[in-house]
Design a protein around this ligand. Structure first.
Ligand SMILES: [Cu+2]
Length: 357
């Protein structure tokens, strides 16, 4: 946890701003405190009932391994080429052990060796050609929610060593989930086979910083030779919740931004079963886009939004600015999930050239 205390030097700011910042920090620290408290309560000697093979869970107070590098949360750059642009990518399905929480490396089933898989980006009218290559030990597949195709044909399973080319046209804007559709789907998803496709709406304005967060539940393996337990997954008893595949990674390594700049965060809820309520502590969203439409835009009514709610497989984006320098936690405000991994932080610091001291 990045808990090294208060920002320095608020006394030089105007009183109103200072009051705001202190209040935000108090809220922020309380929030982060919840993380620690819950962890200590929950990681005791098996006090919580766990059926069958007991999951050791995650230690949310632990530190990542040396050299841990949080996944880059920046969104792929939008392209300016007129549609139809063709996006050709290869997804290598690889079953491998990767780190998903401090001290926890376990077998995951992946697209291109990472959880979530790569984020793709295009615009309405573009075409995607995804070559799926199965290097795994069992059948896998892919289901792009951004596509309109015959599932029995294009989303078909491929055996180990087989290849499939999945082509589709981006006909509708939004941020879409993709995932493996091989039964049991819930297990292939809990093992890490999901990711996001961004299809820019026409006339999407440029912003200063743009990020992608894929929220998902994580399950701890109980036997390194086996995938995570099917019974636990269908019972929705996850061990943690993550942004971009690793619990609390952006609390450990905050995302650096600047105050007073326009930030857009795309969020998709990969589930497989949980709900998401994306919230940035100390900020108000002035723009919310959800499931293909703007539900809030800046206007004379000055409406504000505090959370983007997403059911499994839903997505959207929010836009906001951070008023002053400081540490702004972001969480799923399904607050139990914030206590078990769905928490991160934007560190807003003025650019060196503008720093007033
Ligand atoms: Cu699969």
């Amino acid at each position: 946890m990045d808990g090294d205390g208060q920002a320095s030097g608020p006394s030089v700011w105007p009183t109103v701003m200072a009051t705001f910042v202190v209040a935000a920090l108090v809220v922020s620290l309380l929030s982060l405190g919840v993380v620690v408290d819950k962890t200590q309560g929950g990681s005791g000697a098996g006090a919580t009932a766990a059926p069958a093979a007991e999951s050791p869970g995650f230690d949310f107070a632990a530190q990542p391994s040396d050299g841990f590098q949080a996944r880059d949360a920046r969104a792929p750059e939008p392209t300016t080429q007129a549609p139809p642009e063709v996006h050709k990518v290869t997804f290598d399905i690889v079953e491998k052990r990767i780190e998903i929480a401090p001290g926890v490396s376990q077998l995951m089933w992946t697209y291109n060796g990472e959880v979530p898989g790569p984020t793709l980006r295009g615009k309405v009218g573009d075409r995607f050609e995804v070559t799926l290559v199965n290097h795994g030990s069992m059948s896998h597949s892919i289901d792009f929610h951004a596509s309109e195709v015959a599932p029995n044909v294009t989303m078909r399973m491929i055996a180990p060593k087989q290849t499939l080319v999945y082509e589709f046209e981006a006909t509708h804007a939004g941020i879409y989930l993709y995932h493996c559709g091989t039964p049991p789907i819930v297990q292939h998803m809990a093992m890490g086979m999901y990711g996001a496709v961004i299809v820019d709406p026409p006339h999407l304005p440029a912003v200063d910083d743009e990020f992608v967060l894929v929220q998902s539940e994580l399950y701890r393996e109980t036997d390194p030779s086996q995938p995570v337990g099917y019974d636990e997954i269908v019972a929705d008893r996850s061990d943690g919740v993550a942004f971009n595949g690793y619990v609390n990674q952006y609390a450990e390594q905050p995302i650096r931004v600047q105050p007073d700049r326009k930030i857009r965060v795309w969020v998709v809820n990969a589930g497989p079963s949980g709900i998401a309520s994306f919230h940035v502590i100390g900020a108000i969203f002035d723009t919310v886009y959800k499931e293909g439409e703007y539900v809030l835009r800046p206007g004379r009514d000055r409406g504000g939004s505090q959370a983007l709610d997403l059911m499994p497989a839903q997505g959207g984006f929010v836009e906001f600015t951070l008023a002053v320098p400081g540490k702004y936690p972001f969480i799923s405000h399904r607050i139990a999930d914030a206590s078990r991994g769905a928490a991160g932080e934007f560190a807003a610091r003025a650019a060196a050239t503008n720093a007033g001291g």
